[in-house]
Design a protein. Structure first.
Length: 350
């Protein structure tokens, strides 16, 4: 139904406006008595064997909604009713900012991909806290944090600390985003020394809390193996809870979409099917080369249950959807959960 009727209708509109239509309708339906229960019946899939305990947190299932879909923490209850095991909000910055000029989100339909250059558009951390206080669902929530565009890299640590402190009581884990290609010079923070200093400062604050929260690092798929080795070293030195692999890519290789059209769309991070293989390679590299294993959340190009299993077999403990959720619809969540349960049962019988 989604791919036959709903998606073609939504795809008549610009992607950012289609997102607004979708979230508005989702909220309206969930306000109708029985609306959430209907979604849960249609898309929810609960089974004890789907539960995962990762970095000290118990997840009802391993499928999460990646950051970027609910930037303001406005739709946590609604997305939870679609069957997600966890939801990552953000990226949140200390102060609100409009992001980059529109249009800034584009579909590459032949590739089942998106190009975005949103630029951390959000209302700021105080607004996010206000929204988080209103939520009723007990779904696991991660806080994806970043720096404001106008903040120079030399002062970036302060932005991350402000977000960390403000969100601490309201989220279950943190994702440190230094890998978006859409904030000028942000990816320079992925270099070993500045990244190590940033994460050490956050861990210092974390260790002073009565109950510290897991801190994960979200990395780009464009890192070299040498840079991935640095990431592994930092995770071990700073004692991070894990890594989210991966963010969007600046590469345009292997696309089937018209080259001139892609060039016309301009800069931005590419997500969806074209990122799938590289994301999986990064996950496998991290798993195979870590001296001490650490949890990995796999994200990038998951369009089917088989794609999800591939990420898990490569080394992911949990997975996240974004572009695949747009192209395949909410039924993908249930399909993945059922498939994972079936394959795990088959493996246990062999």
């Amino acid at each position: 139904m989604y791919k036959i009727f709903i998606r073609p209708l939504l795809f008549l509109f610009r992607p950012e406006y289609a997102h607004k239509i979708t979230t508005t309708l989702l909220k309206i339906v969930c306000k109708i008595p029985g609306g959430m229960a209907l979604f849960d019946l249609m898309f929810g899939y609960k089974n004890k064997n789907l539960e995962r305990e990762v970095f000290g947190i118990k997840f009802s299932n391993p499928i999460g909604l990646a950051a970027g879909f609910d930037k303001e923490a406005q739709f946590i209850d609604e997305f939870a009713s679609l069957g997600f095991g966890f939801i990552e909000i953000g990226t949140i910055t200390p102060k609100g900012q409009p992001g980059n000029p529109k249009p800034r989100l584009f579909r590459l339909k032949p590739d089942e991909a998106l190009i975005n250059r949103m630029g951390f558009n959000n209302e700021g951390v105080e607004h996010a806290v206000k929204m988080l206080k209103r939520r009723k669902s007990k779904v696991i929530v991660g806080g994806n944090i970043g720096k404001n565009k106008i903040t120079p890299n030399e002062e970036a640590v302060r932005d991350y600390e402000l977000c960390f402190e403000a969100l601490f009581e309201h989220v279950d884990y943190f994702a440190v985003n230094v890998s978006s290609p859409n904030t000028p010079n942000l990816r320079a923070l992925q270099e070993k020394e500045p990244l190590k200093q940033l994460l050490m400062r956050l861990q210092e604050r974390n260790s002073n809390k009565k109950l510290p929260k897991p801190i994960l690092l979200k990395i780009a798929p464009d890192l070299t193996n040498e840079q991935l080795d640095d990431i592994i070293d930092i995770v071990e030195e700073v004692n991070l809870a894990g890594v989210i692999a991966t963010n969007t890519t600046i590469s345009r290789s292997g696309l089937v979409s018209d080259k001139l059209e892609v060039e016309r769309l301009g800069n931005g991070g590419l997500s969806g099917k074209p990122v799938k293989d590289r994301s999986t390679q990064v996950i496998k590299y991290l798993k195979d080369n870590a001296k001490k294993p650490f949890p990995i959340i796999g994200v990038g190009g998951i369009n089917s249950p088989e794609d999800a299993r591939e990420k898990i077999q490569a080394g992911a403990s949990l997975i996240q959807l974004y572009t695949g959720f747009i192209y395949q619809g909410p039924a993908l969540i249930k399909r993945i959960n059922k498939f994972l349960l079936k394959t795990e049962n088959q493996q246990s019988m062999n």
